[in-house]
Design a protein around this ligand. Sequence first.
Ligand code: NDP
Ligand code: HSE
Length: 435
Amino acid sequence: MSSEKPAVRLALLGCGTVGSEVVRLLHEQAADLTARIGAPLELVGIAVRRPGRQRGTIDPALFTTDALGLVKRDDVDVVIEVVGGIEPSRTWLTEALRAGKSVVTANKALLAEDGATLHDAAAEGGADLYYEAAVAGAIPLLRPLRESLHGDRVTRVTGIVNGTTNFILSSMDATGAGFGEALDEATELGYAEADPTADVEGFDAAAKAAILASLAFHTRVTAADVFREGMTGVTAADMASAKEMGCTIKLLCIAQRGPDSTGNESVSVRVHPAMIPRSHPLAGVGDAFNAVFVEAEAAGQLMFYGRGAGGTPTASAVLGDIVAAARNRISGTRAPSESSYAHLPIRPIGESVTRYHISLDVADRQGVLATVAGVFAKHEVSIATVRQSGREEDATLVIVTHGAPDANLAATVEDLRSLDIVRSIASVLRVEGGV
Ligand code: NDP
Ligand code: HSE
């Protein structure tokens, strides 16, 4: 298909899992993309670490190791960054944005650690900054938050935003396997990376939570503002206990706005494993899928679901951003700029109201239940349910609380640990949804 308009010229930084699929889709869909944009896209260079590596049918002349040189070229309109990490990506992207070049990035780590620098550079250069692929891969989620819901007031975002851990927890739920066994399966099937720390310890989900909270609440939120607890401590016994209660366990990211202890509007952002009832919309999200549940005052409840990772699904989101950035350049318009006017303070985890599921091994004798209940009462934590099962001289108590500030719940658990009658605290899990 011909076009009278000159080509929009692209520089690609990174040609790995995501980048190689971006190149493939740019090539395979060239005619449609040209028609949709009103001008052709032309890939003028690709920066990689190892330029001599065999990369299918991609023209070897396109490769360079000089990413900064590529970004600075006069014939580059749009810079696409799919390398990852903080530096040198931050330097490349600020350079591009300040020079007025549009940026499309999938780099959640950079956006969550120092998105402010990128947004400031975009404002300085009058440039577009798009990052749909940074959270939940293929799922169109950031654009709805950034544009469609801008007439509404988002109150809460609850999501499963890490595919690896969702695969592990879904497998533990389905088979009764322990964490280690399920992780091995995820590694064998290629879901978990060789070093799965960022996934299983919740760093990846925390970065995504920061990006979601920033967009939802018009406030700059960084990864350091997110309370994070990984899912390596979730045991087969926890999952069995959850099942008995009609629940499952998911690694959730939860971003919520609401009053703090002094009544001022604030934002709380946390990532941790949580028990949720099987009737909850997120409970049925299995395998390595992602899903995000958004609650807004006028729209009500919205659910976004799909593939949160993988080269091709992630490249779909990158391509969508490339089309948007290219169209803007042709029509002389801009992407919506950063909206951080609300400047809401971050509420500490201790003030977040949540519920706990606590499993205790206690001595089975008179007065034990009353003593345990007294500890909850002392910290103003109301007990919702208690289940007891006997084991010779000992008993297992499973206690689920009503909502209370996390600090009160944590203090309750600390006091329980110091009781003689408590042999051990087998597990402490947060509970979300109407259990
Ligand atoms: P890969 O590790 O597969 O690819 C990274 C690419 O960057 C490689 O091509 C590598 O070159 C290149 N690279 C690394 N360092 C440099 C450097 N100093 N200069 C030039 N090029 C460099 O990463 P992914 O494709 O998996 O991820 C890319 C980004 O997308 C990350 O930000 C990630 O968080 C994000 N993302 C990834 C998803 C996924 O499913 N993979 C999902 C959502 C987001 P070489 O090929 O020579 O090694
Ligand atoms: N490691 C991430 C996941 C990749 O498992 O979801 C997508 O960000």
